[in-house]
Design a protein around this ligand. Structure first.
Ligand code: FE2
Length: 189
């Protein structure tokens, strides 16, 4: 079925994320950050000796850190599958994980906690509708804590209403670049 034949209205409702998974360099080092600094409970540390559903032998550990709403941030520690670029800190434009706290004071408490732990912190990036602070976990995963400002709802409501126009404008503005890229890289066409 082509995507245009589907609509949002007929899709089964997705409740929430269950887990978001990343690679980690070392399970214990990762636990120290996500449990001791971030305060998330390590709810499971499952080790395996083969890839699920296959006979392929591989030693790996799957870690699940529990967030306040029952969702998880997960990691795979795979000692035999290392690449130097895997754990490089990347710009948040590639990927990052953002977690919400209920109060501005809690956001500031995290900022202090990160600094006390010797972490580099980018703070006070005011996006108007949220206030955010950023650091990196030991695996190069950009980690964001945000607090929704009092204007959050109003700003988001306005943005949602503007989606059709914003999407059309962006697609028109960038189409030529995308077409040129696809011509040069037929695998993406
Ligand atoms: Fe973000």
């Amino acid at each position: 079925m082509s995507p245009t034949a589907m609509t949002r209205a007929t899709a089964p409702k997705i409740l929430h994320t269950h887990h978001t998974a990343f690679r980690c360099f070392d399970a214990e080092e990762t636990r120290k950050f996500w449990e001791d600094v971030m305060g998330l409970e390590l709810a499971a540390a499952l080790s395996f000796d083969h890839i699920s559903g296959t006979n392929t032998k591989l030693d790996y550990m799957h870690l699940f850190f529990k967030l306040g709403d029952g969702n998880f941030i997960a990691f795979f520690d795979v000692p035999d599958h290392m690449r130097p670029d895997l754990f490089k800190r990347r710009s948040g434009l590639y990927h990052h994980i953002a977690m919400e706290v209920a109060t501005e004071a809690e956001l500031e408490a995290f900022e202090k906690r990160w600094r006390d732990a010797g972490l580099e912190v980018t703070s006070d990036l005011d996006h108007s509708f949220v206030r955010s602070i950023y650091t990196y976990d030991p695996n190069g995963v950009q980690t964001e804590i945000l607090w929704k400002s009092p204007q959050y709802k109003a700003i988001l409501t306005k943005a949602t209403a503007a989606v059709p126009k914003d999407m059309k404008d962006w697609t028109e503005k960038t189409r030529a670049k995308k077409d040129a890229y696809r011509k040069q890289h037929p695998a993406h066409a």
